[in-house]
Design a binder for this molecule. Structure first.
Ligand code: AMP
Length: 280
């Protein structure tokens, strides 16, 4: 596995590349969810293609007062996971490689980013869109793989590629879960034992909503009310948002239609977790 830590070397490498490349952008603290993205990347790249993983805890996407400083950065373990997963190139830039002190150009998506996580985390998606655009330029992938776990992010990535004419295929990968339903996340390691037990409330609320839809419920308001009630039963929980939206436009829907998705963000103690499910 080759490791590149500078923007210049990344540019140089991707300009000289003759094969297909598949990129998996991450912030590290790699887990089985990331490993699944890497597996899908290999599938897409084929035997001759290059699987590229980027690890960068992007300061621009952390709003003030969030967990940028305490975000886990297990560099050695991440490197080993990438080696074991057969990653060809690990791009691991330092922050000063990615941004200029007086940088003044940003990438902003203005519709899909407005609600849900965008409303709770001002500036977050501007940071994500900017860094991913830079990674696309530096690493020149043919395909980029993202998890459905961050469903709003995935929809926004498709929109960036469409609106900015990147010739990159965006591939979405279903959420990888623990056996009790909790979506894998680097932030799960912030949870203590009781928080970890209570965190299953997110996936349980989503499963309940899906079941209600299967039984004929189609009012978004009633489905959201049931989810709020269920989440309230976990005593250290606090709902940040629950939305039912169209899976492509992320526009809120009053009535559940095919492709509708429930997305939610819930604090368990001080840890904010997100999850989502396709309802119909
Ligand atoms: P992160 O390192 O949390 O920024 O995530 C990097 C990529 O991994 C994103 O595309 C995420 O959506 C994806 N990802 C994170 N957790 C999971 C999971 N449990 N299942 C599938 N993909 C995931």
């Amino acid at each position: 596995m080759r490791i590149i830590e500078t923007a210049e070397a990344a540019h140089h490498h991707s300009r000289a590349r003759a094969t297909q490349a598949v990129l998996v952008p991450t912030m590290g603290a790699l887990h089985r969810g990331h490993a699944e993205l890497i597996r899908v990347a290999h599938e897409r790249a084929g035997v001759d293609g290059e699987v590229v993983v980027s690890i960068f805890v992007n300061p621009l996407q952390f709003e003030p007062g969030s967990d940028f400083d305490k975000y886990p950065r297990p560099q050695e373990a991440d490197e080993q996971i990438c080696r074991a997963a057969g990653v060809d190139l690990l791009f691991r830039p330092r922050a000063n490689e990615m941004y200029f002190d007086d940088g003044s150009v940003f990438v902003e998506e203005t519709k899909l980013s407005r609600g849900l996580c965008g409303a709770s985390r001002p500036g977050h998606f501007r940071g994500v869109c900017t860094v991913v655009t830079k990674l696309f330029h530096l690493l020149a992938p043919d395909t980029a793989v993202f998890g459905e776990k961050d469903f709003q992010q995935l929809a926004i990535m498709r929109r960036i590629v469409r609106d900015l004419n990147f010739s990159i295929e965006i591939v979405g990968v279903p959420t990888v879960r623990e056996s009790d339903g909790l979506a894998l996340s680097s932030r799960n390691r912030y949870l203590d034992e009781s928080g970890r037990a209570e965190a299953t409330i997110l996936s349980r609320a989503l499963e309940q909503a899906k079941e209600l839809v299967a039984r004929g419920e189609c009012s978004a308001a009633r489905l959201i009310a049931s989810a709020v009630e269920m989440i309230a039963s976990a005593k250290s929980s606090r709902v940040d948002y629950i939305g039912i939206v169209d899976g492509e436009t992320l526009e809120p829907t009053e009535v559940v239609r095919p492709d509708a998705r429930m997305l939610l963000a819930v604090f368990i103690g001080t840890t904010r977790l997100i999850d989502n499910i396709r309802l119909a």
